[in-house]
Design a protein around this ligand. Sequence first.
Ligand code: MN
Length: 267
Amino acid sequence: MRSSEALERRELINPPRIGVTAALREETELRAGNPLVRFVRTDLEYVKSVSEAGGVPVVIPPSVSLRAAEALLDGLDGLLLSGGPDLDPGYYGEGPIPELGTTIPTWDALEMTLLRLALKRQMPIFGICRGMQILNVALGGTLYQDMPSQLGAHVLNHWQVTPKCQSTHKVEVLDDSYLAKVTDRQTVEVNSYHHQGIKCLGDALTVAARSADGVIEEFESRDFSERWLMGVQWHPEGMRDIGSGHRNLFEAHVCAAERHVLRSAAA
Ligand code: MN
């Protein structure tokens, strides 16, 4: 970790609580006579990534009311939006194209609600893959519904079939960006499991990393003194053991959540 200052802070306050959004998964095989079983599910790697970075992971189920979402956020210091299925393009004013994948309306609605509330509270938000995409849309940006059909043949293969711990392409990191500082890298090897991508960037964001085909692979706050926002198109939770750069993203988020606690307490 970066400094003794961060360690000292950790002794003074409780570890920050990071909400991790979870998906709804439906299984149709018979289980004990039930025709349809529905699970709340999130990848354990997100939860472990937050814990290892010094935060307390709090898994958020995909179906809660607006009132419950507000109450939930009262007990959180940061938000991590996890990966998952495609976002309903209606949120950025488009109808679905044939290549759009499955969408889950209840999950979209909950994450949008949480995001809008968390943005209003200036809570540090870290979006991963789908999480990055929905964060962009919540800030007024748009997406490619399907990069292979909308961007053409020059696009790299962003849908790997190998495990999350293996990289599939590189991203070039902009000098002087927050990402460059956090990862201490000019190039990061990343995994890739997305057929959608960022088209127009949302407000208050700037791009700090792209793949060789120009696809936006990371964005971050234009002004971190205003608020801490970061989105990555890859899955750093699956690459923590490969390089410190990936682990550092979670640590930076947890540290930002700690500062948010201190700021809120002082206000
Ligand atoms: Mn990619």
